[in-house]
Design a protein. Sequence first.
Length: 111
Amino acid sequence: MEDCIFCKIVKGEIPSAKMYEDEEICIFKDVAPIAKVHLLCVPKEHFAYLSELNGAREALLGRTLGKIAKLAPALGLEEGYRLVINQGENAGQTVHHLHIHILGGEPLKWE
Ligand code: AMP
């Protein structure tokens, strides 16, 4: 997607603080953190919403969660973390490329 900011980050066309990358996902620091550790995990394939999942993308998301769990200690998340996907307007989704917020590095409020 030509105008997608996360596609541009994945391709290295705009700068980001990348923490992890492999053939199918990229993890980088959120530019406006709301927790001590605030990362974004994006699939390299562009799709916007969970409603666009198919079999291959479901498998990709499963692998992605496994990778996050394995990487967590190296990302400063050994004491726990929260994963958030904002889906659509009511959730306040602003970037229309599916992404998982990874929040932690400190005790998180739940309210
Ligand atoms: P959402 O509201 O779930 O769509 O979240 C989008 C997130 O992307 C927000 O937390 C933004 O701070 C973050 N963001 C937007 N542009 C960038 C960027 N260039 N680099 C890193 N994070 C970004």
